[in-house]
Each structure stands twice: as structure tokens, then as C-alpha cells.
Design a protein around this ligand. Structure first.
Ligand code: NAP
Length: 490
């Protein structure tokens, strides 16, 4: 089937105006499945980042003093507009990111749900009246917007990683500057158009696309008007941002890498466990921060589990994300394919068995894209890179275990602490294991765990701060204590 790619040129959004970069440069956005051109965006400069901060700072007084109800209405309307435009946004997302179109449509819905959820939270930013120590006084606790925030987002969920920052920021009364990943800036622009068309005043959200992420970060971190940065991306860059934040003591939220364990106990229901691992592992071709990267399967169920997993994985359709029936699209680029292949080759060289896949797909329809076959490797041990490193590709590594303690020990043996999963029908074990896993998110008998109404975030080197849930808005609020003296005792 011939694929028609979108042809979409976008702009910076600064103070309500869609503009070119001051330097006049643009860069192309390409389709990782075919190498074809999808569109282009301006290559923003330091002047553009500063102009975006100027616009956000100028819009702040009006926005933070607007009523919670009016902010909530704009967020709800933005969600509605995103849904009306879901087809266009999803097609553009698939074209620039690669994920299969049904997944892209699912992401648009997921992304819109953050606007809706935080519209509700905007209306419930309550303060407190605390009992005073001195009865002549009164103690008030206010929760106020932190001010101008910057959001730096990754390419793997180009819409949702942005809306789960902008939703709470807007709800809290903050104004924002967004720097999307340079691989997926078009989706970001389409989402910001929804916010603008929903009636957000000029400057409440601003967009700077740029190939020079270091320059953008440097400008943001050195501008005292930016009070908070929310970053989703790799742990390596996250650590750089922690160092950069020290100079002006910037508030940070960091959603970083993951390396999820997926445990299947003997008493699990076989088919839901296999389907759960497949959903967790192969979604977005294995490029999610909550992807299972290590599967630990108890000895009694191991053979059946592996056989069913192999059968289902081999039946998956790999292709262009816009092609009918595609389940797994390309990886984001050739470097990502190299990394997945290195993990497989390293494991096999150290004694693992290749069950299926383990090859780059380079012929025919795959010739110009970054494709890797859905892969299973069996017999993974601690000596192998895949045991400790995030693969970010469609590679499932399996390890057999005997006891619950052994499974927990394997699972917690990681510098990361984002998502974890396990399957069991034993309710006592379910509670025990959930408590013992050192991860911010635990899926018990579930392979898909992300939702706007739940707090999402990691422990250890997966970062700090939470997005979503009732706590997500706290990241964008300052707590202020006001002592009212000499009120009198009643
Ligand atoms: P990345 O390379 O760290 O990039 C993330 C963002 O940071 C992009 O916008 C990137 O811009 C920008 N960036 C690059 N260099 C920078 C610098 N020196 N200073 C400031 N920003 C910089 O990560 P990625 O490859 O896009 O995303 C994959 C990683 O994100 C994985 O580790 C994954 O686990 C993690 N992730 C975590 C979560 C979570 O919620 N915990 C969710 C999704 C992804 P350019 O694109 O222009 O380079």
C-alpha cells in the first residue's frame, strides 16, 4: 500500500504569534519508517527562547489572577478540540514518531485526558487554616502558582508528555515555554494550536522548536524569571539539568529513564500474563519509559509462558505506522536499532538463547526505515547489558526464578525505579509484592498502567516529582504560610 505522508510546516508560538526563528533557519522532520519528509519547523535561537520567556512573563499576571473556573473551561475546551482533531494529530504523530496509527489515536485521547483531569484540579486548589500555637493569631496556608515554567519533552509520547505538564501548569495559573524533542515538533505545535483555539490568552503557552537543546536549556536555566522546569527524558540529561538547576536553585520535576521488571508467578493466569507483557513490552516498539525490560517467570509456568509468548510475538505485524494492520512501527532512528541489536548480541554472546527476532529488518518495505524485529531472548543473567540497561526497543529478555524472594531481588536490582509489573492470583502475595517493589508505579495483573487520574513518577534514578493524579498540580504550586497576628481570642 502506498503511504501518503503529511506535509506540514510549523512555526514557533511566541506571545500568541506563530513566527519564524530570528535566524530564519528551519529544519526538516522525517518519517522514521521511510526516511521521507513530513514537514519542517523553525530552528529557534537564544533570542527566540528569551522572547518566549518574555511573553510568558508578560502573560503571567493576567493568567494567575484569572478565575479557576475560566482556566478550567479553557482546558476542557482544549481537550474537546484535540478530540475533534484526533485524526490529523495522530497521523502527524505516526508520521514523525513511527508508532502505529491506533496507538497514536490512543495517545491523543490520553493526552486530552490530562487537560480534562487538570481542569477539575484547577477548581480544587484549596488552602488551609491551621490551628495557631498562640490563640491570638491565625495561620493561613495559601497555594499559589510558581510562575513561568519551562517544559522539555521527549519524542516517544510527543502529545501526552506535553499535556501532562501543560495541563497542571495552566490549571495552577502558570504560564509556559515548551521545548519539544526535535524529532517530533509537529505534534507539539498541533497540540498548542488546540490550546490557543480553546481561548488561552496570548503568552500563556509558548513554543520554541530548536535543534540546539543545550542552548535552550542554558537560556532557560539562566533566566531568573523561569521558576520551574519540568523535564521528561533520559536519566543522563536529567542529571545535567540537576547540576544546572543549582545555580539559581530552580525547582525541577524529572521523569527519567525506566527499566521495568515484569514478574509472572506460577499461579498467574497464563494468557492475561502473556498479553500484559506484550502490551507493556512492545507498545511503541518498546520505546516507552514504562516498558518491561526484564521478564522474570517462575519455573512452573515458564515453558508454557515462553511458548505462548513466542507464538503471539511471531504473529505481530511490523510495518509503516500508517499502514493498515501494523502493530509495531519503526524505532525512532538507526541509533536506536543499533542499541537494541547490541543488547541482543551481547546477551547471546554471554549465553542467552535467541527465541525469535534478533535481526534488523532491511528488505522491501523496511529498506529506508529503522526497523527491528520483535525479539525474545531467553536465559538472561546479571552479566548481560540488558539486565541493567534500558533497551528502548522491541526486545524481551526472560529469566527463570524459583522463589518470591528471588524475584523481588532480581526486580529491585536496578538503578531505576519507575514502573514494575507482576501477575499472581494470590491476594496476600499481591499485597506483599506490591509493597516490596522499589518502583513508583506497580501494575498488579495489568500491563498498561498510565492514566491521568493516577500519580505517575519514579524512585531512584528514574527521577522525582509526580505527574497526574491529585498530586500532579502540586509541582506547579508554591505553598505560602501567612501568620495573621493580633487577631484576638474568641
Ligand atoms: P533525551 O535525549 O533526554 O531528550 C529529551 C528532551 O531533552 C528532548 O526534548 C531533547 O531535545 C532534550 N535535550 C537533549 N539534550 C538536552 C540538553 N543538553 N539539555 C536539555 N535538554 C536536552 O530523551 P529521549 O531520547 O527524547 O527520550 C527517551 C528517554 O526518556 C528514555 O530514557 C525514557 O525512559 C525517558 N522517558 C521517561 C518518561 C517518564 O515519564 N519517566 C516518559 C517518556 C520517556 P532534542 O530532541 O532536541 O535532542
Amino acid at each position: 500500500m502506498a503511504i501518503t505522508l503529511p506535509n506540514h510546516d510549523e512555526h514557533l508560538l511566541i506571545g500568541g504569534a506563530w513566527t519564524e526563528a530570528t535566524g530564519g533557519e528551519r529544519f526538516d522532520v522525517t518519517d522514521p519508517a521511510s526516511g521521507g519528509r513530513v514537514g519542517s519547523v523553525p530552528n529557534g535561537t537564544r533570542e527566540d527562547v528569551t522572547a518566549a520567556i518574555d511573553a510568558a512573563a508578560a502573560a503571567l499576571p493576567g493568567w494567575r489572577s484569572s478565575s479557576a473556573l475560566s482556566r478550567a473551561r479553557i482546558l476542557r475546551k482544549a481537550a474537546d478540540i484535540m478530540r475533534e482533531r484526533a485524526g490529523e494529530i495522530a497521523e502527524t504523530m505516526t508520521a514523525e514518531q513511527g508508532k502505529a496509527l491506533p496507538e497514536a489515536k490512543g495517545e491523543v485521547e490520553y493526552a486530552a485526558s490530562f487537560f480534562e483531569w487538570f481542569a477539575g484540579e484547577a477548581e480544587r486548589i484549596y488552602g488551609e487554616i491551621a490551628p495557631p500555637m498562640n490563640t491570638d493569631n491565625r495561620v493561613l496556608v495559601l497555594r499559589q502558582p510558581v510562575g513561568v515554567v519551562a517544559a522539555i519533552t521527549p519524542w516517544n509520547f510527543p502529545a501526552a508528555m506535553m499535556t501532562r505538564k501543560l495541563g497542571p501548569a495552566m490549571a495552577a495559573g502558570c504560564t509556559s515555554v515548551v521545548k519539544p524533542a526535535s524529532a517530533t515538533p509537529l505534534t507539539a505545535a498541533l497540540v498548542l494550536r488546540c490550546i490557543e483555539d480553546a481561548g488561552a490568552p496570548a503568552g500563556v503557552v509558548n513554543l520554541v522548536t530548536s535543534r540546539d537543546a543545550g542552548m535552550v536549556a542554558d537560556t532557560i536555566f539562566n533566566d531568573p524569571r523561569v521558576r520551574k522546569i519540568s523535564f521528561t527524558g533520559s536519566t543522563e540529561i536529567g542529571k545535567d539539568l540537576i547540576r544546572a538547576s543549582a545555580e539559581q536553585v530552580k525547582r525541577l520535576s524529572l521523569e527519567l529513564g525506566g527499566h521495568a521488571p515484569y514478574i509472572i508467578f506460577d499461579d498467574a493466569d497464563l494468557e492475561p500474563a502473556v498479553d500484559g507483557l506484550i502490551a507493556s513490552k512492545y507498545r511503541n516498539a518498546g520505546q516507552t519509559c514504562v516498558c518491561a525490560n526484564r521478564a522474570f517467570v517462575q519455573r512452573g509456568i515458564y515453558a508454557d509462558f515462553l511458548a505462548l509468548l513466542k507464538q503471539k510475538v511471531e504473529a505481530m505485524t511490523v510495518g509503516h505506522g500508517l499502514a493498515e494492520g501494523t502493530q509495531i512501527g519503526p524505532l525512532i532512528n538507526d541509533a536506536a536499532v543499533d542499541k537494541a541489536d547490541e543488547h541482543v548480541q551481547d546477551a547471546v554472546a554471554k549465553g542467552a538463547t535467541l527465541v525469535t527476532g534478533g535481526v534488523r529488518l532491511t528488505d522491501g518495505e523496511y529498506a529506508n526505515g529503522s526497523f527491528y524485529a520483535p525479539t525474545i531472548i531467553d536465559g538472561v543473567t546479571r552479566e548481560m547489558d540488558i539486565f541493567y540497561e534500558e533497551t528502548f526497543g522491541p526486545v524481551a529478555g526472560l529469566t527463570v526464578f524459583d522463589t518470591e524472594d528471588e524475584a523481588i531481588d532480581y526486580a529491585n536490582d536496578s538503578i531505576y525505579g519507575l514502573a514494575s509489573y507482576f501477575h499472581t492470583r494470590d491476594y496476600a502475595r499481591l499485597m506483599r509484592v506490591a509493597e516490596r517493589l522499589e518502583y513508583g508505579i506497580v501494575g498488579a495483573n495489568a500491563g498498561i498502567i498510565s492514566a491521568a487520574n493516577a500519580p505517575f513518577g519514579g524512585m531512584k534514578q528514574s527521577g522525582y516529582g509526580r505527574e497526574g493524579g491529585s498530586v500532579g498540580i502540586d509541582e506547579y504550586l508554591d505553598v505560602k504560610y501567612v501568620l495573621l497576628g493580633a487577631v484576638g481570642t474568641v
